[in-house]
Design a protein around this ligand. Sequence first.
Ligand code: ADP
Ligand code: MG
Length: 649
Amino acid sequence: QEEHQKHAYQSDVARLRKIVINSLYSHRDVFLREIISNANDALEKLRLSSLTEPDVLTGAEQMNITIKAVKDGESAGRLIITDTGIGMTPEELKNNLGTLAKSGTSEFLSRAESDDSSGNGNLIGAFGLGFYSRHVSFLCNIFLVADRVEVASLAARTSKNPAPAQYVFSSGADENSFDIYVDPRGNTLGRGTEITLFLKGDAVNYLNEQTITDLVNKHSSFSTTFPIYLASKRTEFVLDEEANEEPAHEEKKSQVEETPKADVDEDEAVIEDVIEKEEKVKKSPKTKQIQVDEWLRLNSQTPIWMRDPKTVSDEEYETFYQATFKDYEKPRAWTHFQGDSGSGVSFRAIIFVPSRLDDDYWQNPLQSVTKDIRLMVKRVFITSDLGEDALPKWANWVKVVVDAEDLPLNVSRETLQNNAFLKQLRGIILRRLLQLLARLQEEDAEKWAHIEETFGNVFKLGAVEDRKNRDKLVNLVRFATNQRNSTSLDQYLENKKQGQDKIFYLADMGKSAHELAGSVFIEKLHARGYEVLLLSDPLDEVFITNVRRWKTIGFQDVAKTGLKFGDEVWLSNLMLYAETDPEEEKAERATLTEKFEPLIDWLRKEVREKGAARDVIISNRLVISSCAIVADESGYTANLEKLISSSHA
Ligand code: ADP
Ligand code: MG
């Protein structure tokens, strides 16, 4: 292993930094949350690998995160965050930290920059904060508050790597390269990672203990199950002779850990005794004040999902969600419940609906992988990867924490896949999610409007994909019509005219509902008071073709021949707004057909020669327009044809 290596960052660093600085500056607080979240991940990885390889635990007994602000002395201005997690080898330091942009980011940034309407590189408005955590490394955040960062790391001991050495990754905020070298201090860490931030002049407020405590409380305290300690100074009064003794920092730390303050169960008399002695010492002329390091535990002991939902505030749910799922945006809705699976496993869970879909959700419409079902057993994180079939595609954006009481702790991936509880979990999550959505649709118009905007198409996809839940999903789908902005199919049926035995729709992707409302195909129906669904999204037609009927009533494309009004097939007439009876219309059609026969014959010949249409007929379907091209009843509509040819392209 070379002692000292210099490497260039892999991505377009300058460009990325510019975007991050422009967009993220006012949110730079999140650097601490990102560091703690990585530390938590590293501790989770350690715990998981210790199940199969107990050796990884050697070097450091505790699994925790510590934060230390250095305010004076030579190293003043540094903030040091340390974890005793899995650590990184020098190769991992290079590969994990040397890539400021994650895979796929380059293309995303180009797209984002070209879509950026503000033109100033502030992409938060356009894409939401969420895209940063998916595309930008935590180091980019760090460089908003620090001129320089040093990451010292000592990988956990494994059979493959039995004698790891501590290495340092070091880089300045404006540099295009980074250094990796053996830590000159030796293996000081025991195990894990120590991140030292050399804070910028305008970021020294992050040394303030109260600021740190507030940030951790807000962003990390509920989501991090490992203890987080903050080094703080406590003033002690000691007699002068003793004052020369150096406080033993490291020892003090583990002492406090073993006997956290809250648990010290002292008798009141004993406490009074101690106070009395302290007072004596304070008054003595020989007394001197010294500062002693103390480790304060910052995060609450009871994770949020274990608490009674009535005692958890909205803000607590929101910050928990943001920290746990690395979303900069708040969740749109959530449901928190406990239950018993059919197989006798009791569990608690929170299901969150995010406020947006991933940018690439629609790029792989049928791929179904979710990494956001965090399964825990008795508070211990087990996995967030429940395999390919964890949830159907339509629901794979849902974010879940679930904590089961009686699963074996050392369940491996393979056994997980066959576990009865996990097989039921999918159904439980979907049922609760659909209940939550149905309730919001009923009770909260404003929230529902947002959900519909984000997930409207997802529900259509679901109705096509998820037969088991089809009816519930169809109930969530809404369409614009010629009569109103939004209707469910149930509402449509309530509003149908007597004798109407079809759900009418007109589909043309790319056209707005407003444009469709003015279409020639709607004129007659509209004039007669029929409601027509206006479908402007490609998925609408896929939805209708797959769902086929709702409450036994089929769909009728009004742009196809054979359109029926009520029970009869109404034949042709060219009269405006005519409400004539069918017999009269039939007769009239005969007259008109005869009268226009030469024209029809000529048109027929023309269009057939050019292959433009199959037939030309006189029709009663138009009210104002003089002609329309319609699809054959059995054929694809122009819209579906467009969709099919684009998906084959
Ligand atoms: P993400 O957490 O989404 O993977 P980050 O940019 O936050 O991305 O971190 C990049 C990678 O650096 C992590 O995936 C992890 O491999 C590594 N890493 C960061 N911090 C630590 C740490 N404290 N201990 C071990 N590995 C870490
Ligand atoms: Mg991270």
